[in-house]
Design a protein around this ligand. Structure first.
Ligand code: FAD
Ligand code: SF4
Length: 544
C-alpha cells in the first residue's frame, strides 16, 4: 500500500485547516485572496522562499549574468534547494518557472493579454480539440477584478481584442515601438499598445516603472505586478497563513475517497501531515500533475483524480519562435518593460493559411550588452580583433525582435510523468516531460516567422534571423488536468472540482482545455477567482 493511504506511517500531525492551498504563485495567490471573505481557516504551503527586492538582479550591473545562475528561468540550471528538477530531455521546448512566493510571476515579463472569446470554442469553430465548458463572458468579471488587483497598463479600444478598460495608461511606445508601428502601417497590418501588468503611474501603493531594465529577473522597483506584492499582502491581512519552505509530497485520501490533507516536508526537512477539509492545487501545469501522480494509492492506482487517464496528458507549452534583426539607429535596448505592442492580424483562423487557429505577434525592445555580445559571437557578426568594437557598436541597442506566440493544440502524447530515476532533494520523483510540436503548429510557426521577417524588413532591419530549433521557453505550462463536463474526458469539472475527489480543486494552468495564442497569466488568475467564487456559492455542500 502506498503512503497515501497508510494511516500507520509515523508523522507529525498539524492542526486541521478548512482550506489548504498548494503553491503561492499566480493562481494560488488569487484563489487565497478570493476566499478571504469566507473567514475560513486558509493555509498555503509553498516550497520556496519570499524573495526580497534587494536580491533581484535588476539592482546590479551583473543582472544579465545572474539570468544564467541563481535567476535562471530553468529550474534545473537555477538549482536552488527550493527548486525541483524537471527532465525535459525528450522535449524540443524547455521548461521555465520560478519556485518561491509569487511563483512564475517573480520572473515573468508581465505581458498581460486575455484569451479571446474564440479561444474557448475551437471545436465549434474549427473542428479541433474541445470547447471549454465555460466561455469568455463567464470569466469577464473575473478578468476585470484581476486587472484591478494586478494593475494593468494599456489602451482601451483595440478593435481586434475584447473590449476592456485598462487601469493605467499604456507603456510609451519608445523608439522601438514607433519603428515597429511604422513598419506595420506600411504593411497595413493591425497593431496596438499591449496590455502589461506594470504600473505606469503609482498604483495601489506601488511605485511606477522607471524603465530600470529587464523585468524578467524580478522588478526591484515594485512596478511589475508579481503576486508577492499584489495579492499576497491583502490575503495575509485577511487572515490567510502562508508557510514557506514547505514542500508537499502527496495528497492523502480517507476511506471515503475524499482528500484528508497532505504529507509535506517542513523547513527542517521533517515529514508532517497537514489535515484539511478542502485541498486546492495551484502548483502549475507541471507541479500539479506531478503531485497527483505521486499520490497513487490502492484506491487510486493510476494517480489521484486520474480515472480518465488524463492527468499529465495534453501538455501545451506555446512554441514561440523569435525573429531578430538590427537597424541602423539606436533602439531602446535593455530599457524595460520589454514588450510594448502586439499585432492580432493573424490571431483568428483563416483556412487559406494551411493551418487552424493562429498567433499573436509580440514586439520587444531589445536586449542587454552581454546577451548582444554572446549571441553575435556565434553568428560571426562580431569578430575578435581590431574590428571588434566597431562591429559591436553597430549591434548594441540596434536590435529589434518579434516573438510569434503560437496557439498549441492539446495532444495526449505530450505529457508529464514521474521520472523513474531523477528525484528532488526530499526524494520526491522529478517531473519528466515528453513533448513534440504538431504539424499544425509547425505550419503556424513558419507562417509567423515569414510575417515577422516581412515586418523587420519593412522596418529596415538587416541580419534577420529566426530561431526555430533553439526555441524559447515561455514558461506557459498548460492542459495537464483539463476541465470538462465529461469525467471520462476531463479531470476537473467546469468550476475546478476534481470529478473523482469531491473536495479536491485545481486552479492553475493545468485545467486549460486549449491554450490560445496569448501569454496565460491573466486568464489563469481570472479562472482562479472564478473557482473561488463558485466555491463560496457552494460553501455548504463543500463541508458536508
Ligand atoms: C521567464 C518567464 C517569463 C514569463 N512571462 C510571462 C508573461 O509575460 N506573461 C504571462 O502571462 N505569463 C508569463 N509567464 C508565465 C507565468 O509565470 C505563469 O503563467 C504563471 O506564473 C503560472 O501560474 P500558476 O499559479 O499556474 O503557477 P506558478 O506561478 O508557477 O506557481 C506554482 C507555485 O507552486 C509551488 N509548488 C509547486 N509544487 C509544490 C509542492 N510540491 N509543494 C509546495 N509548493 C509547490 C511552486 O514553488 C510555485 O511557487 C512567464 C514565466 C516565466 C518563467
Ligand atoms: S522596467 Fe519597470 S517594471 Fe520592468 S523592472 Fe524596470 S522598473 Fe520594473
Amino acid at each position: 500500500m502506498a503512503a497515501a493511504e497508510d494511516p500507520a506511517a509515523p508523522r507529525l500531525v498539524d492542526e486541521v485547516v478548512d482550506v489548504l492551498i498548494v503553491g503561492s504563485g499566480a493562481s494560488g495567490a488569487a484563489v487565497a485572496w478570493g476566499l478571504v471573505e469566507t473567514r475560513l481557516k486558509i493555509l498555503c504551503l509553498e516550497q520556496g522562499d519570499w524573495i526580497k527586492p534587494a536580491e533581484f538582479p535588476t539592482n546590479g550591473r551583473d543582472w544579465e549574468a545572474r539570468r544564467y545562475s541563481d535567476f535562471d528561468i530553468h529550474p534545473s540550471r537555477r538549482a536552488r534547494d527550493t527548486d525541483y528538477p524537471v527532465n525535459d530531455d525528450n522535449s524540443v521546448m524547455k521548461v521555465a518557472n520560478f519556485n518561491g512566493v509569487g511563483g512564475g510571476t517573480i520572473l515573468f515579463t508581465a505581458h498581460f493579454p486575455r484569451m479571446h472569446p474564440s479561444d474557448f470554442r475551437v471545436r465549434t469553430l474549427d473542428g479541433v480539440a474541445d470547447d471549454w465548458p465555460i466561455d469568455y463572458w463567464t470569466l469577464e468579471p473575473y478578468f476585470t477584478e484581476n486587472d484591478r488587483m494586478m494593475g494593468v497598463a494599456g489602451l482601451a479600444g483595440d478593435p481586434a481584442y475584447p473590449a476592456h478598460e485598462p487601469t493605467m495608461p499604456p507603456v510609451p511606445l519608445g523608439r522601438s515601438g514607433t519603428r515597429y508601428a511604422q513598419a506595420l502601417n506600411k504593411l497595413g497590418w493591425h497593431w496596438w499598445p499591449s496590455d502589461i501588468s506594470v504600473a505606469t503611474t503609482e498604483y495601489d501603493g506601488r511605485a511606477k516603472c522607471i524603465n530600470l531594465g529587464h523585468c524578467t529577473p524580478g522588478c526591484a522597483q515594485g512596478a511589475k505586478a508579481s503576486v508577492d506584492i499584489t495579492y499576497w499582502p491583502r490575503a495575509l491581512r485577511g487572515g490567510v497563513e502562508l508557510r514557506t519552505r514547505c514542500r508537499v509530497r502527496e495528497i492523502v485520501t480517507n476511506e471515503h475517497g475524499m482528500a484528508s490533507g497532505v504529507v509535506y516536508y517542513d523547513p527542517k526537512g521533517v515529514e508532517r501531515f497537514q489535515p484539511a477539509e478542502v485541498v486546492i492545487l495551484a502548483a502549475n501545469g507541471i507541479g500539479t500533475p506531478r503531485l497527483l501522480l505521486n499520490s497513487a494509492s490502492a484506491r487510486f492506482p493510476n494517480g489521484l483524480a486520474n480515472s480518465s487517464g488524463l492527468v499529465g496528458r495534453n501538455l501545451m507549452l506555446h512554441p514561440w519562435p523569435q525573429v531578430t534583426g538590427h537597424v541602423d539607429a539606436e533602439m531602446d535596448g535593455d530599457r524595460g518593460p520589454q514588450t510594448v505592442m502586439w499585432s492580432k492580424e493573424f490571431y483568428e483562423t483563416d483556412p487559406s493559411r494551411g493551418f487552424v487557429r493562429g498567433y499573436t505577434l509580440q514586439f520587444g525592445r531589445g536586449t542587454g550588452p552581454a546577451n548582444e555580445a554572446i549571441t553575435n559571437l556565434g553568428t560571426g557578426r562580431l569578430p575578435w580583433g581590431k574590428d571588434h568594437h566597431r562591429a559591436y557598436r553597430t549591434l548594441l541597442y540596434h536590435r529589434m525582435l518579434v516573438g510569434v506566440a503560437c496557439e498549441d493544440l492539446p495532444e495526449e502524447h505530450n505529457r508529464v510523468t514521474l521520472d523513474p530515476v531523477l528525484k528532488d532533494s526530499h526524494g520526491i520523483p522529478a517531473a519528466k516531460i515528453d513533448y513534440a510540436i504538431s504539424e499544425n503548429t509547425r505550419r503556424m510557426m513558419e507562417h509567423g516567422i515569414a510575417r515577422a521577417t516581412e515586418i523587420l524588413d519593412a522596418a529596415g532591419a538587416k541580419n534577420i534571423f529566426a530561431s526555430r530549433t533553439v526555441l524559447n521557453s515561455p514558461g506557459h505550462l498548460l492542459g495537464t488536468a483539463r476541465m470538462g463536463a465529461d469525467p471520462e474526458r476531463s479531470v476537473v469539472n467546469e468550476w475546478g472540482r476534481c470529478h473523482d475527489v469531491k473536495n479536491l480543486f485545481i486552479v492553475d494552468g493545468s485545467i486549460w482545455v486549449t491554450s490560445g495564442g496569448v501569454n496565460p497569466t491573466s486568464t489563469i488568475q481570472a479562472l482562479a477567482l472564478y473557482v473561488a467564487d463558485n466555491m463560496k456559492q457552494r460553501l455548504a455542500s463543500l463541508f458536508d
